[in-house]
Write a protein of this length. Sequence first.
Length: 350
Amino acid sequence: MFQSKIAGTGMYVPANVFTNQDMMKFMDTSDEWIQERTGIKERHFAHRTDETTTTMGVEAAKIAIERAGITPQDIDFIVFATLSPDYYFPGCGVLLQRAMQMKEIGALDVRNQCSGFVYALSVADQFIKTGMYKNILVVGAEKHSFGLDFSTRGRNVSVIFGDGAGAVVLQPTEDAGRGILSTHLHSDGNNAEILAMYNPGTHANHWSKETKLADFNDGEMGDMFMSHAMIDNAQNFPNMDGPSVFKVAVEKFPQVIMEALKANGLDTSDLRLLIPHQANLRISQFVQKKLGLRDDQVHNNIQRYGNTTAASVPIALCEAWEQGKIKEGDLVCLAAFGSGFTWASALLRW
Ligand code: COA
């Protein structure tokens, strides 16, 4: 059995910065409200036509691959996490494979929203451990700006999210005690609708066994997946009961971090850096306090990027590494919680 190590990290955010003041031009909100409740000052929004989730993922991947000292041709598997794919299908993994002119390798898409990257890393880790692959590209990327309700109606959701991408290259190491020490994955689908985007989807309530063939002939069939009525009723935007998400997040984050530390016989005092998914600064601060961590043990950057969902952990990891906060031998914990609910952690010895 091998261990996996992160051989290179990369990140990309679009050039366009969208401040809280910019947000105020579209909806009834304030810089004060957004900063006080979420910590966010600004986020980056992709270029409307030239940038997609895949193109941002490609930019982050190029940097991670170069830092790993390899070329796109050396990558032997792709795991791509996103909730905002370029197409409903196929997924972004194959689009990245095409864009980077990689070999005809496997490409897997992960749909686990905010914990998508940690899930993707865990999947890649298993392939490295068994010796099946030697250079796996793991990407988390999102283009939220195309799917949010920027009217006052959607303000509790729209002010939170931003666009961007992060990537890592995972390779085997025989250096015992280094690399990914463990990953822990969890889910509880009982609250699936609390933070969800229902449409387009196959859940349509009016679908029943009694649906008659005639319905298929008058345009109803196509309407079920995405109808004018859905758009008129704003059912094509994400839906979130923020206070309920907050309550579960502050419970599950500390649990899954402690689970990782305990599984390895370690404690919070051993942690050089906690990189939590950037859901909300208040959630990160709550977790930090609950675990008794110092300010220098937690990396937050939501102030500048907003919540970039599957991209937030790899962006924060890359940024922390670039800032010299992570050195060889340091213990780093990645942790995430989000829609599903799903939550996860990965403990690494750098
Ligand atoms: N600007 C101004 N006012 C806003 C607003 C905005 N962008 N969004 C909501 N409000 C208003 C609400 O309409 C409500 O007004 P009312 O009291 O007149 O009805 C008031 O602010 C309080 O709303 P509430 O939703 O209870 O606020 P909150 O203090 O819970 O903060 C969140 C809202 C979303 C910031 C907070 O619940 C949160 O961060 N939850 C976690 C969400 C999260 O992390 N999601 C990602 C998970 S990965």
